[in-house]
Design a protein around this ligand. Sequence first.
Ligand code: SAM
Ligand code: DTB
Ligand code: SF4
Length: 361
Amino acid sequence: MSLPSSAVRNDWTRVEVRALFELPFNDLLFQAQQVHRANFDANAVQVSTLLSIKTGACPEDCKYCSQSGHYDTGLDKEKLLAIQKVVEEAKNAREKGASRFCMGAAWRSPREKDMPYVLEMVRQVKALGLETCMTLGMLDGDQAGRLAEAGLDYYNHNLDTSPEHYNQIITTRTYQDRLDTLARVRDAGMKVCAGGIIGLGESREDRVGLLTQLAILPAHPDSVPINQLVKIPGTPLGDVEDLDPFEFVRTIAVARILMPKSMVRLSAGREQMDEALQALCFMAGANSIFYGEKLLTTTNPEAEADRLLFKRLGLSPKVEQAIAHPEGDALLAQARAQAAAGFFDPAAHQGQPLWRDAMVN
Ligand code: SAM
Ligand code: DTB
Ligand code: SF4
């Protein structure tokens, strides 16, 4: 077996990616661990918290989604949240030890009248010292530029599945539309968060196709969320057959090998996984999770359960914010210690100034 390389390549072929998927499980995990350890602290996991800032009544027809207006999923719809409410939620997330706050809206794309609100959310959440991420649907160049200027660190927009399977899942926007939005995000200088969903009833070849598409983008996404479908009653995929859990782990491992310097996020679907399966995903190279009881509309493991899991596995929360400050190194060390303290004991922070306040003031 040849040793895996940590070189960043954007010329992966489907033949190579398929061959990785076909490796014996142990060989695949061994390769993924080697790549992971060559590029990251293998025991640090970045934690992001998600908030739905506008819920439901989405005009798109994504067949997996609780928020599509095309299906009756019994979801309570909500208008765009008030800025103050979003900032409160971000503060809570920060005190519980999250280092990034991700805001999601059920839009095809933001309307002009929404832009001042989302830009202000970015500014105020960022002023808390959190990294910011948004997922608002398709963006034009001007919107991407304004979000970047407001200080948005990451923009999430997924390819979801392979180009061949895509039309079975979404008909209201094209694969090319998605690639175009990713190019605009990249050109605006924001970090790209792009991944997909596994368990949509796709074939292994579709998983090969999705990961190949991500790995041949002009630059690998900085963050690659791998979601396991959360089955939503009322959607066309509400009772699709379960995927072999090892196939999910394989997908994480192949993503790690193809995109050695990207954060690979074990994203939606953790609530439906047992702890041993999550541990296998970390072993396969996942190094980021969503933390907090809710994803956008569905549940995520309790924060307490995640703290316990991290303790049992000897994992610690990773702070990756670059600190442009004369005392950057010292602040970063403090940030790491405080993130760990906040994560493992949220009460420890009550009333105490956080490192991030020191940095911002
Ligand atoms: N409306 C925006 C968009 O789709 O561009 C942003 C929000 S959307 C919910 C973000 C991503 O969440 C989707 O692209 C999909 O990959 C993932 N997602 C949505 N529903 C899911 C589900 N039921 N299970 C797993 N992942 C899901
Ligand atoms: C991503 O890839 N996964 C997150 C985030 N990007 C926005 C969303 C998961 C949504 C899971 C279903 C729900 O809670 O509605
Ligand atoms: Fe709308 Fe996003 Fe859900 Fe698709 S995934 S229906 S675009 S909220």
